[in-house]
Design a protein around this ligand. Structure first.
Ligand SMILES: [Zn+2]
Length: 65
């Protein structure tokens, strides 16, 4: 059962823990990374991408605090 869960979610979990210095609300941005212009899975708002410290972050302007 556990092995099954790992097989199913392993890569997702790894994506979640990228060594990006992500903190707090920016965790949210990670689930929508690379999806700028698409609707937010949480609130339906349009996702936007911004460049932060040389890298692009995608986030929802409504959910983002
Ligand atoms: Zn949202």
């Amino acid at each position: 059962m556990l092995a099954r869960a790992i097989a199913a979610g392993g890569s997702t979990i790894r994506d979640y823990r990228t060594p990006d210095g992500v903190e707090g609300g920016f965790q949210n941005a990670f689930s929508v990374y690379g999806k700028a212009g698409e609707p937010c899975p949480a609130c339906g708002g349009t996702l936007v991408s911004v460049k932060v410290a040389g890298r692009t972050s995608t986030f929802c302007p409504r959910c983002q605090k």
